[in-house]
Structure formats: C-alpha cells, structure tokens
Write a protein that binds this ligand. Structure first.
Ligand code: PXG
Length: 401
C-alpha cells in the first residue's frame, strides 16, 4: 500500500489529498482495498457511481460495444448516439442535447449556448452578455468556470479571468431579481449545492427563480451534474420545485460510473444557436459512451433508483438525525445526497472521515466541516443500518476524546 501511495505521490500532481487507502476492486455499494478490506462506499465518486460499482448490465454493454465500435468522432454518424439522446430528452423533458464528456465541459457548453442565445435571439449588444451564478457554487475547474467561483482557492493563481459573470447569494430570489439587467443571458444554479456543502435552498426558491427568469427573458440553467438522475430522490432535483429549466446540465451518473459522459440539454430554440463548427469535442457522444449512458438511463428506470433514493434517503436522514451528538451542528439532505456538518471548534470533517474509514465506511469531506454521505442509489436498508451503527460508534468515540 505504502509503495503505491509513494509512487503516486512521486508521479501524480498533488492536486488532491486522498485518504490513505488503495482501492483495487468494486462491486455494487462496496469497494475493497489492496489488503482485502471491504468498505461501504458512501461517496460514490462524488455521485458518479449512482448505479453501484461495475454494474453487470453496464459492464456487459461496455464490453460488447467496445468490441464493436468505440470512438469515431462526430465527423460521422454512429448508430448509438441518436437513440441515446432521444432517450435522454424523453426522460428529462428537454428537446435537444449536446453530448460532452466531463461536467465542466458541459457547463462550458451551457455558458456558450447562453451567450450566443443572448446575442442572436435576445438581442444583447456584442460582448455585453452577463451570466449570473451563485455564491458557493461549484461547476467545475476550467478557467471560465472558476471565474464564476466564490472560493478563493479555486481562483488564486489562475487569473486573469474572462469577464461577464456576476454572483448572487444562493437561496435568495430577491437578490437574483435585483441582479438581472437587460444584458442578462442566463442564471446558472445548482438546485442543491453539492460541493458547496450540501446546501438545500428554501422551498419554492427555484420556482421563484424560474418565474423571474421567464419575466425578464433570461435562461434558467440548472447544473444537475451532481443532484440529477435520481440522487435527490427525484429524477431531477428541480422536479421537487416543479421547475423545468430552459437548459439542463447532466454528467457524473450519466456515465453509469464507468465513463465520463455529460450533456447540455435545452429547448430547440436555445440549442439552435449552435452551427456546425461552433463547438465540439473529439470524444463527446462517442458510440461507447452513448451505449453505456443509454443503458445507465434504462437501469435508473428498471431498478427504480429514483424511488429508492427517496426512501433510503429518508431512512438514512432519520437515522443521522437520531445520532444527537454534540459534535454535530446540522444534518441536512435530500434523497441520498446528505451532509453532516460538524462543529469546527471541536473536530474537522477530515478526522471523522478518517475514523469512518477505519470502520469500513468511505466518505469525503467537503470544505472543512461537512461530511458527505452519498452512497450508490442501489444501497439497501440493511446496508444503511449497518453504516448508521458504525457512524454512531465513530461519533460517540470522537465526542469522548
Ligand atoms: N457541476 C457540479 C454541480 C459538480 O458537482 C461539476 C460541475 C464538474 O464536473 P467534472 O466532471 O468536470 O468534475 C461538478 C463536479 C473536484 C470535485 O475535485 C468535483 C465535484 C465534486 C467534488 C470534487 O473537482 N463535482
């Protein structure tokens, strides 16, 4: 184990600080380290592994498609892309999709769509389009995306940044109303802020934002890369507020935990801004990704992963609320996207994650104070109860220290 860790430290950029565990195998909600110890994965690769590790149906489609045709680029049609995007549009209620690979690329795609829509449809003067984002947002790591970030570490040393972005407090529709100008192209928002600390806005917030956007001819673009595809106990977290956004960004779980697959989806009128040559990606929409992602969507329906996330999430949240430990400041979540905020005067989230790891539960802190619990959506009630017993032990032991 130490060999692997020191080798990675020598050859891999130190842009992460992993917990000291070397994982070698995964199956369903479990992963195993190089000593054969089993862990319940409560992180799911930041929600990318909603289907569980190495889902047999996904592995089968992946290997069959890999042996048939994997990558051709969008210079040609493939028999896999159209059926995948048709299915994706049907399940999300959107009209058209632009396939990419990582989340940040799909966010960039949304920003480009919004700007070009502002110039060609809304009539904003050249280079004056503004996009409004939220304090505490997380939309990825590219330069344009971190230009929107309020987190100093994500920005420091990476400027200068492109102009045209503004921020408003999250959860405050009045602040959005005050920030909108005739040049506003879009409001970009996470229905639940994941990386920001599992922050759930007040009920009705998104519906009020949607009303304001409609009133001012501003696109409402929801980043559901982390919150979408069942994670929050609804197919899309914006469904909780009955909102259908003008633009929708998906990633992570769309690739079934096997491949990076993302997409920007929108109404026909918005997507129509893209002409051949405007935007693209060598790998975006490749047949291998399309086949896996289509199967991933089918599994969400067949295995009722949305309903499972809702019920298991309620059970898990109730159990965490019962912990009643002085180290815990707040427990919050929706579906299986749950955060436990600890008192920074008494403990760091990292210490809790390290103790959980010893007990066979993998999780990862977000910021210094929030422990994220986001298991694969296939998790069972017994597995949650098993985890709750260990989480209780860990908090009791740490509180006694
Ligand atoms: N939007 C949201 C809401 C996300 O949570 C992204 C966009 C970017 O996705 P990609 O595929 O480009 O990473 C995310 C990603 C990290 C990190 O270390 C990223 C996420 C969560 C935790 C850590 O960059 N979410």
């Amino acid at each position: 184990m130490t060999d692997t860790i020191s080798l990675e430290d020598r050859y891999c950029a130190r842009n992460y600080a992993p917990l000291p565990v070397v994982l070698v195998r995964g199956e369903g909600v479990f992963v195993w380290d190089d000593r054969g110890k089993r862990y319940l994965d409560m992180m799911s690769a930041y929600s990318a592994v909603s289907h569980g590790h190495c889902h047999p149906r996904l592995v089968k489609v992946l290997s069959e498609q890999a042996a048939r045709l994997a990558v051709v680029s969008r210079a040609f049609y493939s028999d896999r892309l159209a059926p995948f995007l048709q299915r994706l549009c049907e399940v999300t209620g959107q009209e058209m999709a632009l396939p990419m690979n990582t989340g940040a690329e799909a966010v960039e795609t949304a920003l480009k769509a919004a700007r070009k829509w502002a110039y060609t449809v809304k009539g904003v003067a050249p280079d004056r389009a503004e996009i409004i984002a939220c304090e505490g947002n997380f939309h990825g790591r590219t330069i344009a995306v971190v230009a929107m970030s309020s987190e100093p570490q994500y920005r420091e040393g990476f400027g200068p940044f492109p102009p045209g972005f503004k921020r408003v407090p999250y959860g405050d529709a009045a602040a959005l109303a005050a920030a909108i100008t005739p040049n506003t192209a879009a409001f970009l928002v996470e229905p639940i802020q994941g990386e920001g600390g599992i922050i759930i806005p007040p009920p009705g917030y998104l519906a009020e934002c949607a009303r304001l956007c409609k009133q001012h001819n501003v696109l409402l673009i929801c980043d559901e890369i982390q919150s979408g595809l069942g994670r929050s106990g609804a197919l899309l977290a914006c469904d909780h507020d009955g909102v259908k956004p003008d633009g929708l960004i998906l990633g992570k779980a769309l690739g079934g935990g096997l491949l990076p697959v993302s997409a920007f989806l929108a109404r026909r009128e918005v997507m129509a801004v893209f002409q051949p040559g405007d935007h693209g990606s060598t790998f975006g929409g490749n047949p291998l990704a399309a086949a896996v992602a289509q199967e991933a969507l089918d599994i969400i329906v067949d295995e009722k992963l949305v309903e499972r996330a809702l019920h298991m999430g309620r059970h898990f949240l109730a159990g965490l609320n019962d912990l009643d430990c002085p180290l815990i400041k707040e427990v919050r979540g929706k579906g299986l996207l749950i955060g436990v905020e600890v008192d920074p005067q008494r403990i760091t989230a990292r210490q809790v994650c390290e103790s959980l790891m010893e007990q066979g539960i993998l999780s990862k802190e977000t910021h210094e104070t929030v422990i994220r619990f986001a298991p694969p959506l296939v998790v069972t009630e017994e597995q949650i109860d098993w985890a709750l017993a260990r989480i209780r032990q860990v908090f009791t032991a740490l509180a006694a220290d």
